[in-house]
Ligand binder design. Structure first.
Ligand SMILES: NC(=O)c1ccc[n+]([C@@H]2O[C@H](COP(=O)([O-])OP(=O)(O)OC[C@H]3O[C@@H](n4cnc5c(N)ncnc54)[C@H](O)[C@@H]3O)[C@@H](O)[C@H]2O)c1
Length: 329
């Protein structure tokens, strides 16, 4: 299969690309190497893809997904059959200050991707949404049937908007779309701006960790290997019906408080964290918790990696690669 992966230089995109290549699919990677991100890390991920045994099946295009003609040219040249759309401006906290950039990448960009996918007659578009769309007032564990109409920040609003656009395109043009609501993904080659790597590096360096919500906030931390397994299983099973559209949670289904998360890191690192307990910031959810019964029903798969095991993996990776990739931390 020829699969176009947007955000291929990103954390999840590069892992998805690696697994697709490993099973013999051809991957057309698209990414504009977001200047607001960590350029060295993105290039290192691409170099890793280009060195894998299946690398002959990998092509890369440095294209901004908001640039319709450039994206159309990639589709024309590469003729993808399916698409995994992961490119986005990410992060909850910085979204307020850069609302327009989030809207451009996540809404206009997703629209361009859907338009090209329809024009090319792709048989399935799988795209990343986020647990943050559940916003305020959703009873845990979060089920896909909950309203998700009260996002608490601009990032979440753009993710919800991209779900609504996908529904419209599935309805109007019959293109099968699957939106995956990822819950706090962590693992090797992860994002230095996210808590797992930030906390890990702070503990190792003896730096103070600002712990919002006084450490009581809970996150349903999900290891990237589980996420990749879910993406591939969903990709292989396009939705059917008059409007071939679905939304699925992809989370471990076992929330952990930030304090406990730090505790697991402390044990793995054999060092104590210095904590600065702060009140919660506006725009952040108190807890996230995935109901993964729909994912299990549709794919036969439930994420299984607990934080004990997942953080051991992250710590081992960081020991090997961290020093050369800590430029932006
Ligand atoms: N990591 C998580 O915990 C998490 C949780 C929920 C949802 N998600 C979603 O999963 C997807 C992947 O997230 P990630 O953690 O791998 O983030 P990431 O920042 O590592 O990857 C995103 C990639 O998209 C690229 N990109 C951004 N704007 C682009 C544009 N206009 N054109 C082309 N490329 C562009 C960036 O250069 C980057 O390489 C995103 O859609 C994100 O919103 C991630």
């Amino acid at each position: 299969m020829h699969v176009l992966v947007t955000g291929a230089a990103g954390f999840i995109g590069h892992h998805v690309s690696a697994r697709l290549l490993a099973r013999g699919d051809a991957v057309i990677g698209v990414d504009h190497l977001d200047p607001s991100g960590d350029g060295r890390l993105m290039r290192a991920r691409l170099e890793r893809l280009q060195a894998l045994p299946g690398a002959a099946g990998f092509s890369f295009h440095r294209v901004d997904i908001t640039d319709g003609p450039a994206l159309a040219e990639v589709f024309r040249r590469e003729r993808p059959e399916r698409l995994v759309h992961l490119a986005a401006r990410v992060g909850v906290r910085s979204a307020g200050a850069a609302a327009r950039a989030y809207l451009d990448a996540n809404v206009t960009g997703s629209l361009q991707v859907l338009e090209q996918a329809c024009a090319a007659g792709l048989s399935h578009v799988v795209y990343a949404s986020s647990s943050s769309v559940y916003g305020a007032g959703t009873p845990p564990p979060f089920a896909e049937s909950a309203s998700a109409d009260h996002p608490l920040n601009v990032y979440s609003a753009t993710k919800r908007a991209s779900e609504l656009l996908a529904h419209t395109y599935s309805h109007l043009y019959g293109i099968p779309t699957s939106g995956l609501r990822f819950f706090t993904v962590y693992g090797p080659w992860g994002r230095p701006d996210m808590a797992p790597l930030r906390f890990l590096r702070a503990i190792r360096a003896g730096r103070t960790i600002d712990l919002y919500g006084e450490g009581r906030m809970q996150r349903d931390f999900t290891h990237v290997d589980d996420v990749v397994e879910a993406v591939l299983r969903v990709l292989d099973r396009p939705p059917v019906g008059a409007t071939p559209y679905r939304l699925l949670n992809v989370g471990r289904g076992a929330p952990v408080s930030l304090r406990d998360f730090v505790g697991v890191l402390e044990r793995h690192l054999g060092a104590r964290a210095v904590l600065n307990l702060l009140s919660a910031q506006p725009g952040e959810m108190e807890a996230t918790w995935a109901d993964v019964s729909a994912l299990e029903r549709e794919t036969g798969f439930t994420p299984r990696i607990c934080v004990e095991e997942g953080l051991a993996d992250l710590v081992a990776w960081e020991r090997q690669h961290g020093a050369s990739l800590t430029a932006s931390v």
